[in-house]
Structures are given as structure tokens and as C-alpha cells.
Write a protein that binds this ligand. Structure first.
Ligand code: NAG
Length: 159
């Protein structure tokens, strides 16, 4: 009986926090924090992640994690766009994640559709004007390239 109880206690404990630090929630495979207070430009947003959360702007690399974020947004009735930690500031067109310098996937399903000259194309489409990665409410919460100086809420990720 004692052993059973400690087994249950352990199971509840594991189920409770799933290994995320305080301030973060398990969303898909990542521990994320949706920062809903003030809006920030992309550079400031990453400072908020490191100074207030001890993390980094979020990196999203799987379709299931993108879906989990979308479910979170729907579940909590969030209505904003969110900065993610991708940019092509270092080399135009070469999108990398702040967290580890790895490439941002150009594959389906991450980037939103854009209305191109000859029909639909995939974002990013802003060239030199838009170098930072936004999870864009106007694009059904797919990736969009946005002016890094624009002000948005943000999603931080535990490192
Ligand atoms: C973001 O805001 C900071 C502080 O106001 C400013 O120094 C920085 O140039 C801004 N970044 C961009 C990309 O506009």
C-alpha cells in the first residue's frame, strides 16, 4: 500500500509540471511562456525573454508543436500576433533561430501563404524590409516575416 501511494504521488508529480521551470507551461514538446503584457519590438522581445524568463524567443521546428501553440492560443482566447526567435538579419533570405543558429524550415506547414504576382506563394515575402519572424494572427497563426521594429507580444522558450 505504501509503495502504491508513493507510486501515485510520483505519477502525479511528474504529470503536474512536466519539467518546465516556473513561468513556463508545457506546450507540445517545449516549455513556453506567452508574454501578454506590453508589446515590444523584436530586439526588445528577446531581452524580455532573457531578463524576465531566463530564456530565449521561441523556436518552433515541428508541425505538432505549431499545432500545440495554435491550440493554446484558441484555448485561452488569445487574439494577438507573437514574435518568435527567427530572423534573417545576418544574411537576407537565410532564416535562422536565435536559440541555436539552426535554420528555420522553409517547408510546409510553417510559413503562411501570400498573394504573389502569379498566384499564391509562401512567405517570407518582405525582403530587406521584413527580417523578423512573427506568428501572425492575420495569417491564421502561420509564420510571417515582419518589420523587426514593429511592436508585438512574444513567446519565450525555456533553454
Ligand atoms: C527596438 O527598440 C529599441 C528601444 O527603443 C531601439 O533601440 C531599437 O533600435 C529598436 N529596434 C528596432 C529593430 O527597431
Amino acid at each position: 500500500m505504501k509503495r502504491l501511494l508513493s507510486f501515485i504521488a510520483a505519477a502525479v508529480f511528474v504529470g503536474c509540471c512536466q519539467g518546465c521551470d516556473q513561468g513556463y507551461e508545457q506546450v507540445g514538446d517545449a516549455c513556453l511562456a506567452f508574454h501578454l503584457g506590453s508589446a515590444y519590438n523584436w530586439t526588445e522581445a528577446d531581452v524580455v525573454c532573457s531578463e524576465q524568463y531566463g530564456g530565449v524567443l521561441a523556436k518552433v521546428t515541428s508541425a505538432s508543436d505549431l499545432r500545440a501553440i495554435y491550440e493554446y492560443i484558441i484555448t485561452y482566447g488569445l487574439t494577438d500576433s507573437f514574435w518568435l526567435g527567427g530572423s534573417d538579419l545576418l544574411a537576407e533570405g537565410d532564416w535562422v533561430w536565435l536559440a541555436d543558429g539552426s535554420r528555420v524550415s522553409k517547408a510546409t506547414p510553417f510559413w503562411a501563404l501570400a498573394n504573389g504576382l502569379f498566384g499564391y506563394i509562401h512567405e517570407p515575402s518582405g525582403g530587406q524590409e521584413e527580417n523578423c519572424l512573427l506568428l501572425d494572427k492575420k495569417k491564421k497563426y502561420f509564420f510571417n516575416d515582419e518589420d523587426c521594429g514593429a511592436y508585438h507580444h512574444l513567446i519565450c522558450m525555456q533553454m
